[in-house]
Design a protein around this ligand. Structure first.
Ligand code: ARG
Length: 257
């Protein structure tokens, strides 16, 4: 096959993949009557399965409000965080993703973010009582520290902990990292601050933060590039903040320090 033909084929293939993609516009979502949310439901209080197996949390309630304002139903699709960011969104398998997803310049090259909806931080999660007396930055050298794959926790650890001699262990599943903290297989797990306060509420005494925050960050809702759904989500967010609905959700889901 000639070069030119191979190129044309590749372009056609890419185009067919794009046209097979799900709704990326408000009009398309309204036409099909559902907004499909992709989420990795292992991250309380933002997204997790309740006792009945229902996916619930702060993010889910916000997505529900976006769907309601669009006059459509919310449909939830679970995915691992690595698949969710960004393939589920860029392939159109979902219309939007919410998963405590941090806004970064790198990610903004491939997906569209809403305005920030939650101020968060990366922190060190250690066993309750901090039996290994881990502090940051003093005790990073030689320490076994866990991170969740493809998260900003991993990025910040690659940037700032590797060079200080930490032995990083990468987990696909955040819960597996927490289990290894409990078992003492790793000293600390890098994770999002609100997950620690949530763990302290649900499993008193078992986990705590050690040392200062590693990095501050903001969460955003995620859409396909150039999708007008991002503007619609921003409108809902502004409406919820003005009406007090947003504050109610904070009170409902997120334990304030
Ligand atoms: N905020 C971090 C990030 O965006 C971690 C998010 C992990 N979320 C999850 N549902 N597992 O990379």
């Amino acid at each position: 096959m000639g070069m030119k033909r191979a190129l044309l084929l590749a372009v056609a293939l890419a185009a067919s993949v794009l046209s097979a993609a799900g709704a990326t516009t408000v009009a398309e979502v309204k036409k099909k009557g559902v907004l499909v949310l992709g989420t990795d439901p292992t991250f309380a209080p933002f997204e997790f399965k309740d006792k009945t197996g229902q996916i619930t949390g702060f993010d889910v309630d916000i997505a529900r409000a976006v769907a309601k304002d669009l006059g459509v139903k919310l449909q939830i699709q679970a995915a691992g965080f690595g698949a969710l960011m960004p393939q589920s969104v860029t392939s159109g398998r979902v219309d939007m993703a919410m998963s405590a997803i941090t806004i970064t310049a790198e990610r903004a090259k491939v997906v569209a973010f809403s305005n920030p909806y939650y101020r968060s931080a990366q922190v060190f999660i250690v066993k309750g009582g901090n039996p290994q007396k881990f502090t940051w930055p003093a005790d990073v050298k030689g320490a076994a520290i866990g991170v969740q794959a493809n998260t900003t926790g991993q990025y910040v650890a690659d940037d700032t902990l590797k060079s200080r001699g930490a032995a990083l262990k990468v987990y696909d599943d955040f819960a597996a990292g927490l289990a290894d903290v409990q078992a003492g297989r790793i000293v600390a797990l890098v994770g999002d601050a609100p997950t620690v306060t949530d763990l302290q509420k649900r499993l008193p005494g078992q986990f705590q933060q050690a040392g200062k925050d590693l990095a501050a960050e903001d969460y955003g809702m995620v859409f396909a590039k150039n999708s007008d759904l991002a503007a619609a989500a921003n409108k809902t967010l502004a409406r919820m903040k003005a009406s007090g609905e947003y504050q109610k959700l904070l009170d409902k889901w997120i334990v304030q320090k």
